[in-house]
Design a protein around this ligand. Structure first.
Ligand SMILES: *Cc1c(COP(=O)(O)O)cnc(C)c1O
Length: 374
């Protein structure tokens, strides 16, 4: 089996995959209502919210779209803070549905700071702020809690946050930070296959659904909420993925959020230490480096396509290429969800071997560090 080191979909524990193969049930029956309740309450602690978490059968982009179309109206002034390609996607969805979007960008590899966002939000009467918690394309985590606090000093927009590749792996305090929509998806930090997106709205977010006039049907969160009160989804759900999550969440609960966050931090630091030991440069500033994905600059003498091909064909290790304007200048290593020390070590050994084979001198004699003490 391949050593899948991309930032989603991520590897799943065998018992989770076995659960996904379960027999179908009536999604309008009592068994489903109980399943929905277990999964929804199982993910809730990781959101840091008292609000209900809605489960939507879609990938993460569906929940991003749901958050926008359920709370906003065409013509609404929206500030979209983007630090990479997923931030751009969030802005594009809002534009697609007719929002009046102003984009604020930073150099890819850096984070949005509270100062920059607070200054931008003060320039106009914005209805909403869109921001990415963890930018998977660059391996950067925005300090969303600090940003929200700085924004609230100057204005009062709805704050919609793409937490697709952070939730379940990186701390999130939706209620404490005053966020109005938080969305994630099953195939990132949740030890589960793709197919379930999750969304939670604050009270203010729910109030916004009453006045929102953007068109929405499949992703209308009001409809999802109305059905969820009866223990049902509005449409036929991806049952196998819910079965998988139902098996994964007890594993996550047994480990506990704090231990899971600490483990992700440890694996991320290890990954960065190994990259540096191999003579590679990291894209993200250390201070904002992500605990779920690491972006590494491709050495000048190497073509990234050769590196990923060699890793795949000779070592059965699958890494992710860069996205958009970073397509050929970086590669990315995912370290989220179900983390295994041996698999990571095998990935690092393969990386050293492939870099050496491609003539990248500094890797040849490097000593790869261990993960270090807990
Ligand atoms: C993976 C991801 C998404 C959603 O992608 P899907 O393919 O729709 O699941 C959105 N934002 C971020 C930051 C992501 O990492």
């Amino acid at each position: 089996m391949a050593n899948l080191r991309i930032p989603g979909p991520t590897p799943c524990p065998p018992e989770v995959l076995a659960a996904a193969a379960g027999e179908m049930i009536n999604h309008r029956g009592p068994e489903f209502a109980a399943l929905l309740e277990r999964v929804s309450s199982g993910v809730q602690p990781f959101f840091g919210t008292e609000q209900e978490v809605l489960l939507i059968s879609a990938s993460g982009t569906g929940a991003m779209e749901a958050a926008i179309t359920s709370t906003l109206s065409p013509g609404d002034a929206v500030l979209a803070v983007s630090v990479g390609s997923f931030g751009d996607r969030f802005a594009t969805i809002a534009e697609t549905y007719g929002a009046d979007v102003t984009r604020v960008g930073v150099e890819w590899g850096t984070a949005a700071t509270p100062e920059v966002v607070a200054e931008a939000i003060g320039e106009r009467d914005y209805r909403a702020l869109l921001i990415t918690h963890n930018e998977t394309s660059t391996g950067v985590t925005n300090p969303v809690g600090e940003i929200a606090a700085a924004v609230k000093e100057v204005a009062d927009p709805l704050i919609l946050v793409d937490c697709v590749s952070s939730l379940g792996s990186i701390p999130m305090e939706m209620d404490e930070w005053g966020l109005d929509a938080v969305v994630t998806a099953s195939q990132k930090g949740w030890l589960s296959p793709p197919g379930i997106a999750m969304a939670a709205l604050s009270e203010r977010g729910w109030a916004a659904t009453e006045t929102s006039t953007m068109p929405s049907f499949y992703f209308d969160l009001g409809k999802h909420h109305e059905y969820a009160t009866r223990g049902q989804p509005p449409w036929t759900p991806t049952l196998p993925v819910l079965y998988a999550m139902d098996a994964a969440l007890p594993l996550m609960a047994a480990e506990g959020p704090e231990a899971i966050y600490a483990k992700h931090h440890r694996f991320a630091s290890w990954t960065r230490n190994v990259a540096r030991a191999l003579g590679l440069e990291l894209l993200a500033e250390e201070r904002y480096a992500s605990d779920t994905v690491t972006a590494v600059r491709v050495p000048e003498e190497i073509a990234v396509g050769d590196l990923s091909r060699l890793l795949r064909e000779e070592h059965d290790v699958v890494i992710a290429a860069g996205q958009g304007k970073l397509a050929t200048s970086i590669f990315r290593i995912g370290h989220l969800g179900w983390l295994d020390e041996e698999e990571m070590a095998a990935c690092f050994a393969a990386l050293q071997s492939a870099l050496t084979a491609l003539g990248f001198g500094p890797a040849a004699d490097a000593r790869i560090p261990g993960i270090g003490p807990r």
